[in-house]
Ligand binder design. Structure first.
Ligand SMILES: [Zn+2]
Length: 252
């Protein structure tokens, strides 16, 4: 098993966008990540970053107000295909894509995987295909019926690779556990934005805050039980403070 953490761009935003408990005025570079996992059962992507549309026309995609609040700072190299290319992989090498959820910064590269199986929570797909405002990027939804593998709750892709249902940020959000020889890693995705918010009393944006709190509590429990390291979705400090390896380096 190998895991690459792929940096797929940044946003410029006030810290309060991530953490409403902060004082306003602190502008951060907020990272976006996707992940590649090479397992005995195949090569899987967990999330796909932002679309090219998000880079070339953020205002058109996200609207004036939101694109000001969360300003994409994307270059062509941030696109998922470019990041995979840097470590010698092409989309045709990928066996399947798992989406934590279908927001524009997690599913924007989905349209590049047009023959692939997608593992998505059924409730997430239902929400994303009926709420254009929350899910403005159609690139995330460019998935044919025969590609869709809709799941309900936790889902195992391999003995050491499984999703855990962590709803609340969105209707059908899921996180991913990767049990590596280096030690288990839990990719929280947007169930937890930052280390500071790895606490049920300090959640980020959520369509269902009560559910989001339960999901954070579940992730705390899972990381404790497995003695796993959590990796958060948008933490500007975690990689340097905790010495995480980013692609092309990997965990195994
Ligand atoms: Zn996100």
């Amino acid at each position: 098993m190998r895991l690459w953490i792929l940096p797929v761009g940044t946003f410029s935003a006030d810290e309060t966008v991530l953490d409403p408990q902060c004082e306003p005025g602190n502008i951060l570079n907020i990272p976006v990540y996707a992940y590649l996992i090479d397992s005995p059962n195949g090569l899987f992507l967990f999330d796909t970053g932002c679309s090219n549309h998000c880079r070339t026309d953020p205002k058109g995609l996200l609207g004036q107000e939101f694109s000001q609040l969360l300003q994409p700072r994307l270059v062509p190299d941030d696109y998922i295909i470019a990041q995979l290319g840097k470590i010698g992989f092409a989309p045709s090498d990928i066996d399947g894509v798992i989406n934590s959820h279908l927001h524009f910064d997690h599913g924007g590269g989905n349209s590049a995987f047009n023959r692939h199986k997608f593992v998505i929570q059924r409730s997430e797909w239902a929400a994303a295909t009926s709420d254009r405002e929350q899910y403005p990027d159609t690139a995330a939804l460019a998935i044919d019926a025969e590609q869709l593998h809709l799941v309900d709750g936790d889902y195992r892709l391999d003995t050491q690779l499984y999703t855990i249902s962590t709803p609340g940020h969105t209707e059908g959000h899921q996180s991913l556990v990767v049990e590596l020889s280096d030690g288990p890693i839990v990719l929280t995705s947007d169930a937890v934005y930052t280390r500071r918010q790895f606490h049920p009393d300090n959640i980020g944006t959520a369509t269902n805050p009560a559910q989001a709190q339960l999901s954070v509590a579940r992730l705390l429990q899972v990381t404790k039980t497995l003695n796993a390291r959590p990796f958060f979705s948008h933490d500007p400090l975690q990689v340097t403070q905790e010495s995480w390896r980013l692609s092309p380096r990997f965990y195994q």
